[in-house]
Write a protein that binds this ligand. Structure first.
Ligand SMILES: Cc1cc2nc3c(=O)[nH]c(=O)nc-3n(C[C@H](O)[C@H](O)[C@H](O)COP(=O)(O)O)c2cc1C
Length: 277
């Protein structure tokens, strides 16, 4: 069976389906019905569904994706520029959290939005790791703070001047590694994936950025945790505790929780450096 057909009674031969196909695998000639290229279209379709969801009168029939699976867009929910910039400019890396667990259904709601983040060739090969077990988070916290200080003492890097201060703060009970948060959210991917290692890193990061914004709309706040991702990849006590199969690599991580404080202003940031050609 071909990957798509069209309803010849309703298709107007407008060719929009072919116009939006990112692989160019819809063969459209003026005044003819769109058709698949023999074999190639069946083999290559990424199921991105653009052809189907753009069709003005639902004449495009995809073998693997139904109209029922693609809900109609409610444009009354669209946000304007001011609302969009408000969300983007007020997103902060939050490092102080209430001692309140994050309900799993709220995390799932944020992931429900984040799963719509773009992936190269629509491969959708991101996996999510959510660590919210209290004991496990505490063990990771302890191991991670120790790792941080050992690591900072053994190499020169951006944070080297801070090592004595951080060591004392950790000794006094602060948590530089996980910021006292109740949960960790990471995205990970098979290292040898079909879109390549660097593209894998992009897609995991993009999806986590989506997660962050969705989480804010649910009352949560997040902080990217580069330290956690590095430790999860390199520090055996943390790597072992997480126990992902060897072929997978954690790319992005955030801590998540309900914020203790509210920011009152938008911070100063550099003007964008823009080069037009
Ligand atoms: C890839 C990445 C890794 C980060 N890792 C950490 C981290 O390990 N710990 C931390 O406290 N903040 C981390 N941050 C947060 C940055 O410090 C923060 O984004 C920056 O100071 C700007 O603040 P803002 O996010 O509130 O705008 C990270 C941010 C990014 C994008």
């Amino acid at each position: 069976m071909d990957v798509f057909t069209v309803n010849e009674e309703t298709c107007t031969k407008c060719g929009v389906c072919a116009d939006v196909c990112h692989l160019g695998i819809i063969d459209f000639q003026k005044n003819s019905f769109p058709k698949p290229f023999p074999e190639i279209s069946n083999q290559m379709c990424s199921k991105c569904s653009a052809c189907l969801i753009v069709c003005p009168n639902e004449s495009f029939i995809h073998r693997d994706v139904s109209y029922e699976e693609c809900p109609k867009i409610d444009s009354t929910l669209n946000i304007n520029y001011e609302q969009c910039t408000q969300l983007l400019k007020t997103r902060r890396s939050v490092r102080t959290f209430k001692d309140t667990p994050v309900p799993r259904d709220v995390v799932l709601q944020a992931i429900e939005a984040a799963r719509f983040s773009p992936t190269g060739n629509n491969v959708q090969n991101i996996q999510w790791l959510i660590i919210d077990d209290r004991d496990m988070v505490e063990n990771l916290r302890k191991a991670g703070n120790e790792w941080l200080i050992i690591g900072l003492k053994s190499t020169q890097n951006l944070y080297t001047p801070l090592v004595d201060i951080w060591e004392k703060q950790i000794k006094d009970g602060d948590d530089i590694f996980l910021r006292g948060a109740p949960a960790i959210v990471s995205t990970y991917i098979e290292q040898d994936n079909s879109i390549g290692a660097s593209m894998g890193a992009y897609v995991c990061s993009i999806s986590l950025a989506y997660f962050n914004l969705a989480a804010i709309s649910l009352g949560l706040e997040c902080c990217w945790e580069g330290f956690f991702s590095v430790a999860a990849d390199t520090y055996p006590p943390i790597k072992d505790a997480i126990s992902l199969p060897e072929e997978y690599k954690i790319i992005g991580s955030m801590v998540v929780g309900y914020p203790k404080y509210k920011y009152k202003r938008i911070p100063m940031r550099n003007q964008a450096q823009i080069n037009w050609r």
